[in-house]
Write a protein that binds this ligand. Structure first.
Ligand code: ME8
Length: 522
C-alpha cells in the first residue's frame, strides 16, 4: 500500500501551562495548511497532541498537589478543547501517556540498543528542566545557568544511555544539503547547518531516579527514557507503525512538520532525522520553523507575565465589537496568520489585532461582501441576469492573484498569501470607483451595472475560496450569502465566471461590525 495521506504535524505541547498565542500560532498554521491541502483535493492526516512525560510536567502537578496522571488528563482536555474552539480540525490528538506510544518508544529503544546505536555510559553534566535539555560543562557559564533560557541548571552524575548521534552527522549533512526543501525557511536551514558545524556529540537519552516518564526497558526502577527521545516518536506512533505492518506507509513520512524556531535545529532537524536514519525509516519531506511572537520586545513567557490566551482575546473582541464569536475567532486566526513571524520574530499586540480587524476585515473584506450583495439586491433583486461576464483585465488579475496566493500558501507564507488575496479587494474597490455602478443604475444602464457588479461578485466568491483555510467559518458565511457550497474545491472554484445567470443571492448579513476606537480590545 502506497502513500495516501498528506501528513501534517504540530509539535506536541508540554502540558505544564495553558495554550497561548505561541502554541496557537503553530496549531493555526498547521490547520490552515491542512485545510488548503484539502481544498486542493488531498486526503490529509493532521496530527497534534500533548507532551506529558516531561519532568517539568510532573513538577507542576506536584506543585498543584495533584496526582500527575490526573493533572495531565485535565490539561490534555484543556488543550483539545481550546483547539476545537479555535476551529482546529485535527484528525488525531496524540498523548504521550497513551499505551500505544509507550510501546513504540520502548520498542525503538530496544531496537537501537540491540544494534549498538544506544549504548551504556555515564552522564556527568547539567540539565535544564525548563528546556528539558542536557548541557555539557563546556556550554555552561560559571553562573550555572542555561545557555538557552537563563534558568538555573541542575547537576547530574549518573549512569545513563547514549544515542549515537555522531554516527549520523555526515549522512544528515548530506541530506540537508541535497534537499533544499527539507528545512524551511532558508534561515532555519542555515541555523541547523551552523549548529551541526559545531560537531555532533552523542546525546544522553535516559535519566535515573525519576518518578515520571517511560521506563527504559529491562532497567532498574527509576531509569526513564529522555523526554525528547520519547516525544519525537509521537509522529511515528500516530501512524500505528507497530500495529499496521507496511500499511503505516499510507501516512508515513510526514509531508510537513511545523514548529517554532526554538525546537528546530537541535531537535527536529538533527536528533529526529538521525533517529529515523538509525531505524532505517524515510525522513520527513519538510520541516518548517517559524519565528516567535515577541511581546513588548521580549519572548512571551509565563515568568514574565506577558502571556496571552487566544480564546480570551477572541471573546473580548466579540464582546466589544458585537462580532459573532465564531467570526471573532476567525478574525484571531486571520491576525495570527497575517502577522505570522516567518523568517524573523514579530511583535504581538492587541492594538495590532484591533487595527487589522477594523482595516482588513471590517473595512475591506466585510465591506466588499456587504456592499456588493446590497447592490445586487437593490438593482437586480439578488438575481444574476443573463449575458454577464468578468471584464477581461479583471479576470486576468483574479487568475494571477489566485495563482500567487496558492504559491504562497504552499510555501507556508501566509502573510504574503493574504496580502496577495487582499489585492483582489483593492482592485474591486478601484473598479467600483472608476465604473460607479450606482451612477450607471441611476441612468438606467442596467446591462453595464450588472457587468460591473458581476466582477464584484466574482471577487467575493474568490475571497471566500482564498480565506477558507484561514477563516473557515467566515468563508462559510460568505458562501451562504452568495448561495454556494461552504467548502469550495479549488479546481472548480478558481475558474473565473463560475456563477451562472439565474443564480439567486441571499440577503447580505454583516460579518464584521466595526470596532469603535473607545471600546477597543486593547
Ligand atoms: O517544545 N512564539 O513544547 P512547548 C511562537 N513539547 N511560537 C511559540 C512561542 C512564541 N512566543 N512560544 C511557544 C515543546 N511557541 C515540546 C515539543 S515535539 C516532539 C515536542 C510554539 O509546549 C512553537 O511552536 O514548549 C514552539 O516550538 C512550541 O510552541 C513549543 O511548545
Amino acid at each position: 500500500m502506497g502513500k495516501r495521506y498528506y501528513y501534517i504535524t504540530t509539535p506536541i505541547y508540554y502540558v505544564n501551562g495553558m495554550p497561548h498565542i505561541g502554541t496557537a500560532l503553530t496549531t493555526i498554521v498547521a490547520d490552515a495548511c491542512a485545510r488548503y491541502r484539502k481544498q486542493r483535493g488531498h486526503s490529509v492526516y493532521f496530527l497534534t497532541g500533548t507532551d506529558e512525560n516531561a519532568p517539568k510536567v510532573h513538577q507542576v502537578a506536584q506543585q498543584q498537589g495533584k496526582p500527575t496522571q490526573q493533572f495531565v488528563d485535565e490539561m490534555a482536555e484543556t488543550f483539545a478543547r481550546t483547539w476545537q474552539a479555535l476551529h482546529i480540525d485535527y484528525d488525531v490528538f496524540i498523548r504521550t501517556t497513551e499505551a500505544r506510544h509507550r510501546r513504540v518508544v520502548t520498542e525503538v529503544f530496544r531496537r537501537l540498543r540491540a544494534q549498538g546505536d544506544i549504548y551504556e555510559g555515564r552522564y556527568a553534566g547539567w540539565y535544564c528542566i525548563s528546556c528539558e535539555t542536557f548541557f555539557a560543562e563546556s556550554k555552561v557559564g560559571s553562573g550555572r545557568t542555561c545557555p538557552d533560557c537563563g534558568k538555573l541548571l541542575e547537576y547530574r552524575d549518573e549512569p545513563c544511555y547514549y544515542f549515537r548521534l555522531s554516527r549520523y552527522a555526515e549522512p544528515l549533512r548530506a541530506h540537508i544539503t541535497s534537499h533544499p526543501e527539507f528545512i524551511m525557511p532558508e534561515v532555519r536551514r542555515n541555523e541547523t547547518l551552523g549548529f551541526m558545524a559545531e560537531g555532533l556529540q552523542d546525546i544522553a537519552v535516559s535519566r535515573s531516579g525519576a518518578e515520571w516518564g517511560i521506563p527504559a526497558p529491562d532497567e532498574p526502577y527509576g531509569t526513564v527514557i529522555y523526554v525528547w527521545f520519547d516525544a519525537l516518536l509521537n509522529y511515528l506512533t500516530a501512524t500505528d507503525w507497530l500495529e499496521r505492518g507496511e500499511d503505516y506507509l499510507e501516512i508515513w513520512p510526514p509531508n510537513l512538520q511545523l514548529m517554532g524556531k526554538d525546537i528546530l535545529p537541535r531537535f527536529h532537524a538533527t536528533i529526529w532525522p538521525a533517529m529515523l536514519m538509525a531505524l532505517g525509516l524515510p525522513l520527513p519531506e519538510r520541516l518548517y520553523g517559524h519565528g516567535w511572537w515577541i511581546v513588548n520586545k521580549q519572548k512571551m513567557s509565563k515568568s514574565l507575565g506577558n502571556v496571552y490566551e487566544p480564546l480570551a482575546i477572541a471573546q473580548e473582541l466579540s464582546r466589544v465589537s458585537g462580532c459573532a464569536l465564531p467570526y471573532a475567532i476567525d478574525a484571531f486566526r486571520y491576525f495570527m496568520l497575517r502577522e505570522m513571524p516567518t523568517d524573523s520574530d514579530a511583535e504581538f499586540s492587541l492594538e495590532g489585532f484591533e487595527t487589522r480587524y477594523n482595516g482588513d476585515l471590517a473595512n475591506d473584506l466585510g465591506n466588499l461582501v456587504h456592499r456588493t450583495l446590497s447592490m445586487w439586491h437593490r438593482y437586480f433583486e439578488g438575481c444574476i441576469p443573463a449575458g454577464v461576464h468578468v471584464a477581461e483585465g479583471l479576470a486576468d488579475l483574479f487568475q494571477q492573484q489566485v495563482a500567487t496566493v496558492a504559491d504562497a500558501f504552499e510555501q507556508v507564507d501566509f502573510p504574503r498569501g493574504l496580502r496577495e488575496a487582499w489585492e483582489i479587494i483593492g482592485a474591486i474597490n478601484r473598479y467600483y470607483d472608476e465604473q460607479a455602478p450606482w451612477a450607471l443604475a441611476k441612468v438606467g444602464d442596467m446591462a453595464r451595472t450588472a457587468q460591473v457588479l458581476y466582477g464584484g461578485l466574482e471577487a467575493v466568491r474568490l475571497m471566500s475560496l482564498l480565506v477558507e483555510p484561514v477563516m473557515p467559518q467566515v468563508a462559510q458565511a460568505i458562501a451562504y450569502q452568495i448561495n454556494l457550497p461552504d467548502v469550495p474545491v479549488w479546481q472548480d472554484a478558481s475558474r473565473i465566471g463560475a456563477i451562472p445567470s439565474g443564480h439567486r443571492l441571499q440577503a447580505p448579513q454583516p460579518i464584521f461590525p466595526r470596532l469603535s476606537k473607545k471600546s477597543g480590545v486593547s
